[in-house]
Design a protein around this ligand. Structure first.
Ligand SMILES: *Cc1c(COP(=O)(O)O)cnc(C)c1O
Length: 413
C-alpha cells in the first residue's frame, strides 16, 4: 500500500485531536509543480487555521443581534472588514462582502450604470478585461446603454488617447482592471482615474490580480469602486469584496434583494468563516507584500532568463516591465501550447485564463494585442506565487526545454 493511501485511511479513522490542525495535505511533497497562481492561489495555512473555529464552536449568524453567538460572529466579520479595508486604504464601512470578484464586478458595473441610466446612459471598458466585466457590459448594452470597448496597444496597455476620447459627460462608469489575469500587465490606473474624475464618471477597477501584489490605495488614486477576490490572494474561494467609495458617495442599485445586509447593497447572511479567511489573507498580504514580491520577482526572473537561455524562439507577451512580478505569458515558436502541456503533465500551467482554457479558441486577450495566430496558439501563462521554490522553477525549466525540443524535432520528422 502506498504511503498516501495509508495516510488517507488513517485520517478518516482518527478523529482530529482538539486544537491540532492537520495540514498534511498542504505539507505533502507535491507530485506536480503548481505554476498557475493567476487561476487560483492555494489557501495559506494561516488562513485555514483562522477560519476553522467559525465552522464549529463559533457558528453564530453574524446578523443575530440577540445573543453571544451572533455578537462573536459579528465581531469577527467586522474585524475582517477592517483588515480588507486596511489593505487598500479604505474605511471599513466602504467594504461590501460578496461571493468573489465576479459578483463584485457585476454589482459595480451594472449597479452604477443602472442607477445613473437616465442622465448617463454610457459605459466604457477595455477589450482585454475579464469575461465577467465584458459580459456585464454586454448585458447593459442589451438593456439600452451605449457602450464603448477601448482597445489596447501591442504591449497590452490601454490606449489612453482612445480612452480620453471615449469618456464623456454621459459616461456613468469606466471599468478597467489593475492587472491583467492572462498577460499580467499593469494598467495606468492613476491616469485612468484622472480621466474619469475630469468627466464625472465613476472609475471601477477590477483589482482581483493586483490586490496584495502591488500597492493600491483608494485615497491616493481616485478609484470609486474596486473588486477583490479571496482565492487570488491565498484566501478561500467563494468570497470577495467590493470597495464602494463614500466621499464623494457612489450610488449603486443592488443585484440581490433581501434582508438588506451590507447597507442594502448585498443581501444574504454573511459567511463568517469565509469573511474571516479573506480578512486574514488581507492581513498577511499587507504585512508581507514587499518581501514576498521581491522573492516572487527573483523566481520569475530566474524562470524567464533560464527559459530564454535554453529554449530558442521564446517571446514574452505584454509590456516587459509594467507587469505583475509573478506573471509570464510566453509564446513558443513552432509549438502548440496544448501539446506542450500534454508533454509535461507534472507542470500545472495554463494556455490562457481558467475560464476559457477548456475551449480551443485562442485567447481574446492575445488577439487584442495583435499577436500572430500561431504564436497565440503557442502561448503559456506562468503564475509564480507565494509557495513556489527555486527548485521547482529549475525543474520546470528542464522539463519544458526537453518537451519543446522534442515537439520541434518530431515536427521536422
Ligand atoms: C479571478 C478573476 C476574477 C473572478 O474572480 P472570482 O472571485 O473567481 O469570481 C475577475 N477578474 C479577474 C482579473 C480575475 O483574475
Amino acid at each position: 500500500m502506498s504511503e498516501d493511501v495509508d495516510m488517507e485511511i488513517r485520517e478518516r479513522e482518527e478523529p482530529m485531536r482538539e486544537g491540532s490542525l492537520d495540514l498534511s495535505a498542504q505539507n505533502r511533497v507535491p507530485a506536480s509543480i503548481y505554476l498557475d497562481n493567476q487561476a487560483t492561489t492555494p489557501t495559506d495555512p494561516r488562513v485555514t487555521e483562522a477560519m476553522l473555529p467559525y465552522f464549529t464552536e463559533k457558528f453564530g449568524n453574524p446578523h443575530s443581534a440577540d445573543h453571544a453567538y451572533g455578537w462573536d460572529a459579528e465581531d469577527a466579520v467586522e474585524r475582517a472588514r477592517a483588515q480588507v479595508a486596511a489593505l487598500i486604504g479604505a474605511e471599513p464601512r466602504e467594504i461590501v462582502f460578496t461571493s468573489g470578484a465576479t459578483e463584485s464586478n457585476n454589482l459595480a458595473i451594472k449597479g452604477a450604470a443602472r442607477f445613473h441610466k437616465d442622465r448617463k446612459p454610457h459605459v466604457v471598458t477595455c477589450t482585454t478585461e475579464h469575461k465577467c466585466v465584458l459580459e456585464s457590459v454586454r448585458r447593459l448594452e442589451r438593456e439600452g446603454h451605449r457602450v464603448t470597448f477601448v482597445p489596447v496597444l501591442a504591449d497590452g496597455l490601454i490606449d489612453l488617447d482612445a480612452l480620453r476620447e471615449a469618456v464623456d459627460e454621459e459616461t456613468s462608469v469606466v471599468s478597467v482592471m489593475a492587472a491583467n489575469n492572462e498577460i499580467g500587465v499593469l494598467q495606468p490606473i492613476d491616469e485612468i482615474a484622472a480621466i474619469c474624475r475630469e468627466k464625472g464618471a465613476y472609475f471601477h477597477c477590477d483589482a482581483a490580480q493586483a490586490v496584495g501584489k502591488i500597492p493600491l490605495n483608494v485615497r491616493e488614486t481616485a478609484i470609486d469602486l474596486l473588486s477583490i477576490s479571496g482565492h487570488k490572494i491565498y484566501g478561500p474561494m467563494g468570497i470577495g469584496a467590493l470597495f464602494v467609495r463614500r466621499r464623494p458617495r457612489v450610488r449603486l442599485i443592488a443585484e440581490i434583494d433581501g434582508g438588506g445586509q451590507e447597507r442594502g447593497l448585498r443581501s444574504g447572511t454573511l459567511p463568517t468563516p469565509l469573511c474571516v479567511g479573506l480578512g486574514e489573507a488581507a492581513r498577511i498580504a499587507q504585512a508581507e507584500m514587499e518581501d514576498e514580491q521581491r522573492r516572487v520577482e527573483i523566481l520569475t526572473e530566474r524562470l524567464h532568463s533560464s527559459l530564454l537561455a535554453v529554449v530558442p524562439g521564446v517571446h514574452l507577451n505584454g509590456h516587459p516591465a509594467q507587469r505583475l512580478s509573478g506573471n509570464l505569458n510566453l509564446s513558443f515558436e513552432a509549438v502548440d501550447a496544448a501539446s506542450l502541456l500534454k508533454a509535461v503533465p507534472q507542470l500545472c500551467l495554463s494556455t490562457g485564463s481558467a475560464c476559457t482554457s477548456a475551449s480551443v479558441e485562442t485567447s481574446y486577450v492575445l488577439q487584442a494585442l495583435g499577436l500572430d495566430a500561431d504564436l497565440a496558439q503557442g502561448s503559456l501563462r506562468f503564475g509564480v506565487g507565494r509557495f513556489n521554490t527555486e527548485a521547482e522553477i529549475d525543474e520546470a525549466v528542464v522539463m519544458l526545454a526537453k518537451a519543446v525540443s522534442k515537439i520541434r524535432d518530431d515536427k521536422q520528422g
